[in-house]
Design a protein around this ligand. Structure first.
Ligand SMILES: Cc1cc2nc3c(=O)[nH]c(=O)nc-3n(C[C@H](O)[C@H](O)[C@H](O)COP(=O)(O)OP(=O)(O)OC[C@H]3O[C@@H](n4cnc5c(N)ncnc54)[C@H](O)[C@@H]3O)c2cc1C
Length: 467
């Protein structure tokens, strides 16, 4: 039967052509794997793409981008699927799902790792730790490597090794017109600069190479939880110890104690103030750092020597796929008593038990990289304040979003420039300026004009091209 519009027929032809020239899988709504493959971390984005392309290599990526260009359909790039803004899913468009590209090679002599775009941080950590090496990775193992890194890449090791982005040596990128370019210190240096914080604006990274650092497989890490009435003392101690050494990468967080065996039963389901993360140095030094906190009487305390790969899984169970998520994050320069009050009051007023209100310590190695060496701004900020709104019932969405916004507003006088957009559910032009600063936005726009003038890659923290 003749179609009333020509677009769907054209699209069917284009897909048919692609089938003959695509090594990976092409998944459509009727396929049995479609529903599983379209799912992303943030359940707020329950989208139904027209087709999911699962490239087996760079040649398939070129073909997938070509289909988006010629069809005009919106294109979403999917790695680990962790975008809290829902960037890796799209209604009625094309999802380029990179998860089948799973190659990884550690070079222990050069201390580097070269990884394809489909792996996640748990997988990279496993391989690099086999050689006693590591690089700053996500605090949740299922986070994708390239999305995380191009959006900054903040992790427990950042004060020791810098952001993940600071450790990128090179990247192979397929640009909007299907060209494959390598960005490194030797070629396309400006593109390498933009990939360090500028997100997925410039093309699809098929492989990325990182510098590795010696990292003992056993670090001192864990999680301890305190009663909320000890909150002010806990936060002050955490703040004052946060700069003890570059080895200290940790957080203080308002969370709900889970009903698990290591939690005393009377605390199950209750609000606690937790200190979690790792001290990646000598264990006796780590004990010294922990001592003033331990003196405050934790409800439970799991801090101890443990495998780095285990610390990396600590908060995996609190971050399952499919819940509703609305997140914001801010840099804070001065963690004074009024910020502490806001932090603890936010913890007590969380509308959902799954919501976490977190502060992380910055500084260290990330503050020693030049402000203009990468697209990332706000490197000197000593603390970050994260509002991870998370709930299950979609009917509670308005209440939860309003709550996140109200805490964000209360913090406004303390917020400084430059926060990773990795942690934001809503990203507008103002957020881009807040994150990068106006000068860097213009530098990123020049790169966008060069590599993606038609804005084929727009499901991201979008730098709009000039045209
Ligand atoms: C539970 C959880 C924990 C997190 N923890 C941290 C943390 O500790 N530190 C931190 O910095 N961030 C963290 N994030 C944020 C996370 O790093 C970003 O959301 C990041 O974009 C996720 O990458 P992904 O590949 O998993 O995401 P996806 O949703 O698959 O991709 C997100 C976007 O990244 C870009 N992208 C992904 N792969 C490529 C590629 N190969 N080429 C070009 N562009 C690409 C695209 O624009 C894509 O739309 C966390 C997020 C969640 C949900």
């Amino acid at each position: 039967m003749a179609s009333t519009t020509s677009a769907p027929e054209l699209e069917a032809d284009a897909l048919e052509q692609l089938r003959g020239d695509f090594r990976g899988d092409i998944v459509e709504p009727a396929d049995p794997t479609y529903d599983e493959l379209r799912g992303v971390f943030n359940g707020m984005f329950d989208r139904r793409p027209r087709v999911i392309l699962r490239p087996a290599g760079a040649a398939d990526v070129i073909r997938g981008i070509g289909l988006a260009r010629t069809s005009g359909l919106p294109l979403a790039i999917r790695g680990g699927g962790h975008s809290v803004a829902g960037f890796s899913s799209v209604d009625d468009g094309i999802v380029l799902d990179l998860r089948a590209m799973r190659g990884i090679r550690v070079d222990p002599q050069r201390k580097t790792v070269r990884v394809q775009a489909g792996l996640n941080w748990g997988e990279l950590d496993r391989e690099t730790q086999a050689f006693g090496l590591g690089v700053t990775g996500g605090r949740v193992t299922t986070t994708g490597i390239v999305g995380f890194t191009t959006g900054t890449g903040s992790g427990w090791l950042e004060r020791k090794f810098g952001f993940a982005a600071d450790n990128v040596l090179s990247a192979d990128v397929v640009t909007a017109d299907g060209e494959v370019v390598t960005a490194s210190e030797d070629e396309n240096q400006e593109l390498l600069w933009g990939l360090k914080g500028g997100g997925g604006n410039f093309g699809v990274v098929t492989e990325m190479e990182f510098r590795l650092n010696p990292l003992t497989p056993i670090v001192y890490g864990g999680l301890a939880a305190f009663p909320p009435d000890k909150g002010p003392e806990v936060v002050r101690a955490w703040r004052d110890l946060s700069n003890e050494s570059d080895d200290v990468g940790w957080a203080v967080a308002n969370v709900t104690a889970p009903p698990l065996s290591f939690v005393p039963e009377e605390w199950h389901g209750k609000h606690v103030v937790a200190v979690l993360g790792m001290i990646a140095g000598a264990h006796d030094q780590a004990e010294k750092v922990m001592k003033p906190l331990r003196a405050l009487g934790p409800v439970f305390d799991l801090w101890q020597p443990m495998p780095y790969t285990m610390v990396q899984t600590l908060i995996d169970p609190a971050n399952p796929y499919g819940r509703q998520n609305y997140w914001r994050a801010h840099n804070i320069d001065d963690l004074d008593d009024s910020v502490i009050d806001t932090f603890l009051e936010a913890g007590a007023s969380r509308p959902s038990p799954f919501t976490a209100v977190i502060m992380l310590n910055g500084g260290g190695a990330i503050g020693r990289v030049g402000e203009n060496d990468t697209a990332i701004s706000g490197r000197k900020s000593p603390f970050n304040f994260h509002l991870n709104g998370m709930w299950e019932d979609p009917a509670a969405t308005d209440e939860n979003i309003a709550w996140v916004k109200s805490i964000s507003k209360a913090l406004a006088p303390h917020i400084s420039e430059g926060i990773s957009l990795n942690f934001a559910t809503e990203i507008g032009d103002d957020a881009l300026k807040e994150s990068f600063g106006a000068k860097k936005v213009e530098r990123l726009r020049a790169l966008k004009d060069r590599y993606d003038p038609a804005n084929v890659f727009r499901m991201n923290q979008n730098i709009k091209p000039t045209g």
